[in-house]
Design a binder for this molecule. Structure first.
Ligand code: FAD
Ligand code: 2HG
Ligand code: ZN
Length: 479
């Protein structure tokens, strides 16, 4: 190894910074510690790292030039979008040897094609801006999640993000048609095709989706658009058990079909936490129930959505499948309901330290899983403040455990290991997944290795080796 290849070496980092400044100009290179700070920690306050430099290329060509230089100098790259990820995937380690490549200056809407029903964007475009560009063209981009005002399309692709409308529109993988990627050696792969059919061999696009910055830097994407929903009807319901909510979901889906766009669940404790920690929120129902659901229907025009929702939920009330319900088509009331649902993450941050389990199960198995998990936790004497909520409509639970804010690092680490083992073992027993939508990052890297079969691990490592033989793309994450 020569001096240039020694990560973190003073001479090599001075050389690197000088070359990066030549490539990107002053606007594209951050060396000042105070300016670097927001890039070095994650939204949850769980991880913190160190780098010699943060780079902010303005376009694909600049990104390729940066990656080429990092390839030549064996400098590891942590790609970062909006830095809203929940698995520590975008936070560097504390060696100081890594470089953060922030995509936030790559924020152009490249094209909206209403006939092909596609939008082509830079990877650094904020999700809400992509939604707005679609809206201006009288189309709809349906990916929707609490962080949509700051997360980027590239981050959504790299984590294969899910959110609240997966039951109707699918996750990010299902919404992406084409990608542009800077490969770990700096070459640009142009896969920006807006095709719904393309069977020309192995699907490279699908390898990059969900790869969490370990195979390359996504710089652009072609995404699917849909017809704009001009009508929506929303309801908040209370039920005594999760089984009742699952039965309700089955009923609403059978009756309303594709009009059902969201079916979100919150335990009583999750709701209580929001009411306590998020301002301007109030309980939607007078009665307190073990479980709550936020249900939304939408359609291109109003074909009696609210009446349909009232009818199906009214029947469920009569049969005592649910115990209470409130309906609204009013915008501000709807926003108030969604504020509660989307406030749960923030409420957890304010209330303490959460051990996150981002799990997926067959919807039919959810009630039994929760019952067995609660029983197993009680049997093992693990005291729990369970914050159980999530996207019931697609089988994704956020089965989180809240510990006091004062919990020290070591205690948090051992509690995380104990809770992870108990809950993830059970998830695997039910044929579920330990990583549904937030990604593996550094949070679940060792859990992934624990649960994936040796064959799956071997195949994934061989793919990594084929794309990134020098292991410079987001080392320490995912694999
Ligand atoms: P970052 O956090 O910057 O990065 C995430 C990962 O992607 C890292 O591994 C990073 O290296 C990689 N990456 C980022 N950009 C690129 C790129 N251009 N090329 C290659 N790799 C890249 N997620 C859900 O799925 N559903 C939810 O409902 C949901 N709700 C959330 C609510 C809140 C309040 C918050 C804070 C987060 C939520 N998330 C949710 C987490 C979610 O993963 C992110 O919000 C989003 O998908 C990440 O985008 P980002 O641009 O912030 O990525
Ligand atoms: C959500 O569904 C997000 O609100 C965040 O995926 C989940 O805070 C969490 O654990
Ligand atoms: Zn979620």
């Amino acid at each position: 190894m020569n001096q240039l290849q020694q990560p973190g070496h003073d001479h090599s980092s001075a050389y690197l910074i000088r070359r990066l400044q030549e490539l990107l100009g002053p606007a594209g290179v951050i060396t000042e510690a105070s300016e670097q700070e927001p890039y070095l920690r994650d939204w949850l306050g769980k991880w913190h790292g160190k780098v010699s430099v943060v780079v902010r290329p303005a376009n694909t060509e600049e990104t390729a030039a940066v990656v080429q230089l990092c390839h030549a100098t064996h400098t590891p790259i942590v790609t970062q979008g909006g830095n809203t990820g929940m698995s520590g995937g975008a936070t560097p380690d504390d060696s100081g040897a890594q470089v953060i490549l922030s995509t936030t200056r790559m924020n152009r809407i490249r094209e909206v094609d209403p006939v092909n029903n596609t939008i082509t964007v830079d990877a650094g475009v904020i999700l809400a801006h992509a939604q707005e560009a679609a809206r201006q063209a009288e189309r709809y981009f349906p990916l929707s999640l609490g962080a949509e005002g700051s997360c980027t399309v590239g981050g959504n692709l790299a984590t294969n993000a899910g959110g609240i409308a997966v039951l109707r529109f699918g996750n990010m993988r299902e919404l992406a048609l084409g990608l542009e990627v800077v490969l770990p050696d700096g070459r640009i792969w142009n896969g920006l095709r807006g095709l719904r059919k393309d069977n020309t061999g192995y699907d490279l696009r699908d390898l990059f989706i969900g790869s969490e910055g370990t195979l390359g830097v996504i710089t652009g994407a072609v995404l699917k658009l849909f017809a704009q929903p001009h009508a929506r009807a929303t309801a908040w319901v209370g039920a005594a058990s999760l089984q009742q909510l699952v039965s309700l979901l089955t009923r609403v889906r059978a009756r309303c079909g594709e009009r059902l766009v969201a079916f979100e669940m919150m335990s009583a404790r999750s709701l209580e936490l929001v009411l306590e920690h998020v301002s301007d929120t109030r309980a939607p129902l007078e009665s307190k129930t073990a479980y709550n659901a936020l249900i939304e229907l939408s359609d291109t025009e109003d074909t009696g959505l609210q009446a349909m929702l009232e009818d199906v939920l009214g029947q469920a009330l009569e049969e005592e499948l649910i115990s209470d319900a409130m309906f609204t088509s009013n915008q501000s009331q709807t926003a108030a309901l969604w504020k509660i649902r989307e406030g749960i993450s923030q409420a957890q941050v304010r209330a303490g330290k959460a051990i996150k389990h981002d799990i997926a199960l067959p919807i039919s198995a959810l009630p039994l899983f929760v019952a067995q998990a609660e029983q197993a936790l009680a049997d093992s004497g693990m005291t729990t403040d369970l914050i159980n909520f999530g996207h019931l409509g697609d089988g994704n639970l956020h089965f989180n455990v809240l510990l006091p804010a004062s919990t020290e690092y070591e205690a948090m680490k051992s509690a995380t290991a104990a809770f992870n083992r108990l809950i993830h073992d059970l998830v695997i027993n039910f044929n579920g997944s330990i990583s549904a939508e937030h990604g593996v990052g550094q949070l679940r890297r060792d859990e992934l290795k624990h649960y994936k079969s040796p064959l799956e691990m071997e195949l994934m490592l061989r793919i990594k080796q084929a794309f990134d033989p020098n292991h410079i793309m987001n080392p320490g994450k995912l694999l």
